[in-house]
Design a protein around this ligand. Sequence first.
Ligand code: HPA
Ligand SMILES: [Zn+2]
Length: 368
Amino acid sequence: MCKTPLHGLLEALPKCEHHLHLEGTLSPELLFTLAERNQVALPADAAYASPAALRARYAAFTSLDDFLDFYNAGVVVLRTAADFEELAYAYLSRAARTANVRHAEVFFDPQAHTARGVAVATVVAGFHAAALRAQADHVVSALLVPCLLRHLPVDDAAACFDAMLAAGLFSPTGTGNPPLLAGLGLCSTELARPPSAWAGIFAAAAAQGIRRTAHAGEEGPAAYVAGALDHLGAQRIDHGTHAVDDSDLLARLAAQRVLVTACPVSNVVLRVSPSLKDTPLRAYLAAGVRFSVNSDDPAYFGDMYLQEVYCAVQEAFAFSVDDWALIARSAIEGSWCGDERKRSIGRELDKVLEDWHARTEGTVAAAA
Ligand code: HPA
Ligand SMILES: [Zn+2]
């Protein structure tokens, strides 16, 4: 709970989260539980002495790659559809309950699983079961987006994409039974890996009508954000933090109505930005760049799930009600769910804003 005057509004806003890695919701406690259940040996490193020791190490990340070493070491405990279901349901129910998340588009790393003999269909099956339960229990919709991994060879990514395509796992709207993959993403280590290397795969995805997004400009320069637009046909940009260094690029993002899926807490934890105030959210608003606010890997970043991130952002920036209305509406419009679902969340947003204005005008009138 934050102490800002808009806390009630921030809680009530219907939210869409677009930048959340399923594997990034694996808590140290669940990691140890699954390691035991699945008979997976954890690294022989003092950091893995206990969940508390691991938590303490997570509080001291020095860079994206330092974090990714732990994140990639953690994924190996995930083996069965039930594991993925447990992870996805815990996230979706928590997001809906504590942050009023109404729609979530969840990333996962297929290559991190197939390399260990865990099929993409296993992840999809677990996620599907979780999404059905979360929809019934909490009225939250969910889609799944695979991210190709930049730390592995491009040929490996191409083979992974081809296999998902051949298995018929993609769907333009992410709908289907089980719900299919709603788009294609790109993540992992960034420096010295310009987006152009993955252009062929993303062109093949575009040719199939598959939506595209890419992590860009997190540690990499603004040119990598431009590269994601130029070479990958990215319709969204994940992070995009360094786009702020190029005003022409900001103007382009605004003109093309590209949604930036900002992760301000992640940027501070991974030392992309010195503090929340240094993240470019106000610069985006000034330049007309649309963005959503997201939690990225909350189990690794101090358990800052979406409500905590919204509150931290407000404590840093003191945005106005109109700013938040624009952020919430941009998040709805930039979502990849169907138009009917977007309209439904949009009506909820209208109602929340109407109620907020009625209540605050009443307060002002009573005080006058
Ligand atoms: O923030 C991130 N950046 C790049 N790769 C990732 N994989 C999980 N989280 C991230
Ligand atoms: Zn990310």
